[in-house]
Design a binder for this molecule. Structure first.
Ligand code: GLU
Length: 475
């Protein structure tokens, strides 16, 4: 059974790199019918940020990356939180001390600083058993350090292949801190083992730490998990994506108007490619196709333009009713006129936007007809000029006036315009363009002539055509 875990530290907002890790862990678990675990790594109490845990939980909820298990809290389950499991780690550290793979260290911060070390000098490794028992009996504060043996570690990463790291580069890292809390590095290994994690998926910045973990697994006699280290993510300046440099977090992207499902779809591609070059995926579709073998080790580039395009794709594919509900607050804000049907407008704009915030500009002509120049009626491609436009508008006015409100719909309006144009020997564009222009007062509008007529309703259509005729009469 494949078991993965997302192991964020609650230190602030949700970075895109973290969200990608969560997504890949989720996809690897779900693609293989496995289990996705959430584990909050909060053992570094100095780095904790209020509310950060909720950001993690909210992000997973909004994106649909639902975790599968955790400790029972009043009938609901978890996530696992390391600080709540504090008592678990010390016995493991002591086991390593017994196995001579770790040792007590009583050096104080001041002592370490005064020795000006590049790497811990193993001062306490050389203490005698009596010295150690005495200090422990006298409650001298201590940490427990991992004893890194001589030699090197070679391991295989699913993405980066075989990697060898010399132990000389590795410090005897602290496993248990003086406050009794495990370090991140130690808790991470104990938890991955006890939670039976099969695939450890994380950023490639952890590659160099992996030998330390493997030495721990070996010391305990535990099975080493499969490692999947993910490629770097670069921003548009080719720098490592980072919140510090002002790169957007998940919340920032939501605030900019991106849909969660578009963000997820886009992020999936930051380090992975689809086997058939398809680009639009829902989360369940990603689960279906996502395989580790299609993850790349080349750095991936965060491209806002591509994400914006993806957002448009997801907006277009939303069911009509879902889009209407999503757009309704924006539409209500943008349109006060009571003669229009907001659902119909939603329908017209859905295929024309990549962001909800593009709606107001598209529909601004509905409440108030802009005071446009007659030059708008002149369009080379549409083969219109002022004279043709005036002829067309004057001809269509009585036709539309005579139309019954009950047949006031796009199709009837379109056919009537085309008929009317024919009788005047005009091309379709030569009658439709003037109508569209008179109704919108803009060089472009969502929807053509008859769609706008239907949308604005009969009285407003007639009013605007009259305004057009009057303007053309003056010119
Ligand atoms: N707590 C670590 C982080 O937030 C997790 C790294 C890992 O997945 O092992 O980066």
């Amino acid at each position: 059974m494949v078991r993965t875990r997302f192991a964020p530290s609650p230190t602030g907002s949700m970075h895109i790199g973290n969200l990608r890790t969560a997504l890949y862990e989720y996809l690897i678990a779900k693609h293989n019918g496995g289990v996705f675990v959430l584990r909050i790594e909060d053992t570094d109490q100095n780095r904790l940020v209020d509310g950060a845990m909720n950001i993690i939980l909210d992000t997973l909820k909004i994106t649909g990356l639902t975790y599968d298990e955790g400790p029972n809290i009043g009938g609901n389950f978890g996530p696992y939180v390391q600080s709540e499991r504090k008592h678990l780690y010390m016995p493991y550290a002591k086991e390593l001390v017994d196995k001579k793979q770790a040792y007590y260290c009583f050096c104080t911060k001041e002592e370490l600083e005064s020795r000006n070390l590049h790497k811990y000098d193993r001062h306490c490794f050389n203490l005698s058993a009596t010295e150690i028992s005495e200090k422990l009996a006298n409650n001298v504060p201590f940490v427990i350090r991992q004893l890194i043996p001589e030699g090197s570690t070679t391991f295989t990463d699913e993405i980066f292949g075989n990697i060898t790291i010399e132990h000389a580069e590795i410090e005897d890292q602290i496993l248990i801190k003086s406050d009794g809390m495990p370090t991140y590095n130690f808790a991470n290994v104990v938890d991955d083992h006890t939670m039976e994690i099969t695939h450890v998926v994380r950023g490639s910045e952890y590659l160099t730490s992996t030998p330390k973990y493997n030495l721990l697994y070996k010391a305990f006699g535990w099975e080493i998990p499969t490692y999947v280290h993910l490629p770097l993510m670069l921003n548009e300046n080719g720098e490592k994506l980072s919140k510090r440099r002002g790169d957007a977090s998940f919340q920032d992207l939501l605030d900019m108007g991106y849909l969660p499902q578009a963000i997820i779809n886009y992020i999936a591609f930051l380090g992975w490619s689809s086997p058939d070059n398809r680009e639009y995926f829902t989360l369940p579709e990603l689960v279906e196709v996502f395989e580790i073998k299609n993850i790349s080790k080349a750095p991936s580039l965060f491209d806002h333009k591509k994400l914006a395009w993806m957002n448009g794709e997801h907006i277009k594919k939303l069911p009509t009713e879902d889009f209407y509900q999503l757009a309704l607050p924006t539409l209500k804000q943008a349109i006060k006129a009571n003669f229009v049907d907001l659902a119909a407008i939603a329908n017209i704009v859905q295929s024309r936007i990549a962001f909800l915030h593009e709606i107001p500009e598209l529909v601004d002509f509905i409440d108030t007809l802009p005071n446009y120049e007659t030059a708008l009626f002149i369009h080379k491609k549409m083969k219109t000029d002022l004279e043709i436009s005036q002829t067309a508008l004057k001809a269509i006015l009585p036709v539309y006036e005579n139309l019954n409100e009950s047949t006031w719909n796009n199709e009837t309006l379109y056919n009537a315009a085309v008929e009317c144009g024919k009788s005047l020997n005009l091309k379709n564009s030569q009658i439709l363009w003037p109508i569209r222009t008179a109704l919108s007062g803009k060089p472009s509008s969502p929807g053509g002539a008859s769609e706008l007529c239907e949308l604005l309703g009969k009285p407003e259509t007639i009013r605007r055509i009259n305004i057009g005729i009057a303007k053309l009469g003056e010119s």
